[in-house]
Design a protein around this ligand. Structure first.
Ligand SMILES: CC(C)(COP(=O)(O)OP(=O)(O)OC[C@H]1O[C@@H](n2cnc3c(N)ncnc32)[C@H](O)[C@@H]1OP(=O)(O)O)[C@@H](O)C(=O)NCCC(=O)NCCS
Length: 210
């Protein structure tokens, strides 16, 4: 299939990409589908899944860019434990001060409320054997860039950068409803692994880094 993203390049993230990468996160944030209708604040998903990686791990952030601009990213860290400590202790507190509190009644929460709560006490799902897979990653591409081999290239770019850091393995979390992504990860050598703190909303997958 030909498409507008066929000549896309993978390059290091630049700060000017930030808004576009937040937009990619929103456009793919509902189990791989567009989440923009679900949120009043279009930045909340990006605050959880994009911003911390751009700020805390900019050397492990890569942008996919085609003729129309940034159309995908792969983000990650070599050391999930260290990353989550910095996320919780340094990155989140100033953001929390700027965000409203979720509504008082969880039974009436909107998607915004749910994410505001998540940004107050994030659910961090880690593999039972974190030592074997200490890194983690997120990869998302706009629809126009999907199905063209870019996802494989993006993940391979991150695996190469992790290998340069002598990292032995990487994990990721995926919604059990996102069967397309699960098939993609399996094709790239990821397998389901048990979680230290199982969460029905997240399937953990992992692979070694050769
Ligand atoms: C999931 C995603 C990253 C995959 O990237 P992609 O560019 O579409 O996938 P690629 O074209 O690089 O596919 C790579 C390989 O996986 C295979 N593959 C892709 N989806 C597959 C599936 N569902 N089942 C089996 N194989 C699959 C491809 O055939 C290809 O095989 P090959 O390289 O051996 O020929 C991308 O589609 C995407 O961003 N989707 C929306 C957001 C999302 O769901 N992100 C993941 C959140 S956890």
């Amino acid at each position: 299939m030909s498409g507008p993203s066929e000549g896309a390049i993978v390059r290091r993230y630049r700060p000017a990409d930030r808004a576009a990468l937040y937009a990619v996160c929103l456009a793919t944030g509902a189990d791989g589908q567009d989440a923009s209708k679900a949120f009043r604040d279009p930045h909340l998903l990006g605050h959880r899944y994009v911003g911390p990686y751009l700020d805390l791990e900019p050397r492990l952030a890569f942008t996919l860019e085609d003729a129309h601009g940034p159309c995908g990213y792969v983000l990650g860290t070599a050391d999930s434990e260290r990353f989550y400590r910095a996320f919780l202790d340094e990155w989140l507190p100033p953001l929390r001060d700027r965000l409203p509190e979720p509504g008082p009644d969880p039974a009436r929460w909107s998607e915004d409320d749910r994410l505001l709560d998540e940004l107050r006490s994030p659910t961090l799902t880690l593999p039972a054997d974190l030592g074997a897979h200490p890194a983690h990653l997120h990869v998302d591409l706009l629809p126009r860039a999907q199905g063209l081999g870019h996802g494989r290239r993006m993940v391979q770019t991150l695996l190469t950068a992790l290998a340069e850091r002598a990292c032995v393995g990487v994990h990721l979390g995926v919604s059990p409803r996102n069967q397309r992504a699960i098939g993609f990860y399996r094709r790239l050598g990821f397998e389901a692994v048990p979680a230290a703190n199982p969460d029905a909303g997240t399937l953990l997958m992992a692979r070694a880094i050769p």
